[in-house]
Design a protein around this ligand. Structure first.
Ligand SMILES: Nc1ncnc2c1ncn2[C@@H]1O[C@H](COP(=O)(O)OP(=O)(O)OP(=O)(O)O)[C@@H](O)[C@H]1O
Length: 251
């Protein structure tokens, strides 16, 4: 476990950050006069699942918003595949393979499931994309003509997560995918996230179920009051004492 912000150095002398799919480096971010991220550095390694956990208000969603370009850091750098994308707008990050599945079901409520899926898929890939999404979530295949706003919460979340398949991204940021879902649907969502990871997608996952997130993650960061308090292997955090020390009272 690394106590805080310095990226671990490999035997070859290169930092893990040199091989990052996504990296936040020394990021500060504020809402107006209120600073919520302080010198946040984190690395999402290629084809790995990285969990970002911490108590309410720690800055997890803000970190994802900085990564996807919805927020501009006041200081620091965002890198995608080693390239500085700090000033690159959100839609261009998306075409470069970065997909953000935001908290609260990013679906178009007045469009049907099929229309939602069609909007997400790049031109020329719609049919294949829909096939892939409905194979992952068969219930969506049965609801293609239904308005997204009339789907259950779980189905809306599945539709929202389908974007991660349709756009064929290399890096996916997922914010609170299990929020408000029944336990059986939470299982489906975590299975899907695990499948994405197994298929080589680099995942940065924020979820209220810290233990569950850590159990599918390779690496973990704990944020506390806008600072990285833990940077290390996910399984080390699952150790009872460590969990209590870093997350116990907050999560
Ligand atoms: N648009 C905003 N304007 C002002 N302050 C904000 C805004 N969004 C978030 N904040 C504040 O920034 C801090 C970090 O919020 P953020 O949503 O990133 O935390 P979080 O770790 O994701 O929390 P949670 O687990 O509760 O979702 C909080 O104190 C929050 O009140």
């Amino acid at each position: 476990m690394t106590a805080v912000t310095t990226p671990p150095t490999s035997a070859a002398g290169t930092t893990a950050a040199a091989h990052a799919a996504l990296e936040l480096r020394g990021v500060d971010c504020s809402y107006g006069d209120t600073q919520v991220l302080r010198d946040v550095s984190l690395v999402v390694r290629p084809g790995r699942v990285t969990a970002l956990i911490g108590p309410n208000g720690a800055g997890k969603t803000t970190s994802l918003r900085v990564a996807s370009g919805l927020l501009r850091p006041t200081t620091g750098t965002v890198l995608l595949g080693g390239e500085d994308i700090t000033g690159v707008p959100t839609h261009r990050r998306s075409t470069r393979g970065l997909c953000h599945v935001p908290e609260g079901r990013g679906v178009y409520r007045n469009l049907t499931v099929q229309e939602n899926l069609t909007m997400q898929a790049p031109r020329g890939t719609v049919a294949a994309g829909i096939e892939r999404a409905t194979a992952a979530f068969p219930v969506l295949g049965q609801r293609l003509q239904q308005k997204a706003g009339t789907l259950s919460g779980g189905e809306q979340q599945m539709l929202s997560l389908s974007a991660a398949y349709l756009r064929n991204p290399s890096v996916v940021l997922v914010d609170e995918p299990s929020l408000g879902l029944a336990p059986i649907i939470v299982d489906v969502v975590f299975e899907f996230l695990q499948t994405l990871g197994a298929e080589g997608v680099s995942l940065l996952l924020v979820d209220q179920f810290a233990i569950r997130s850590l159990s599918i993650a390779d690496h973990a960061y704990v944020l506390r009051r806008g600072r990285v308090a833990y940077d290390g292997p996910a399984d080390e955090l699952l150790d009872g004492n460590m969990f209590e020390q870093y997350i116990g009272e907050g999560a």
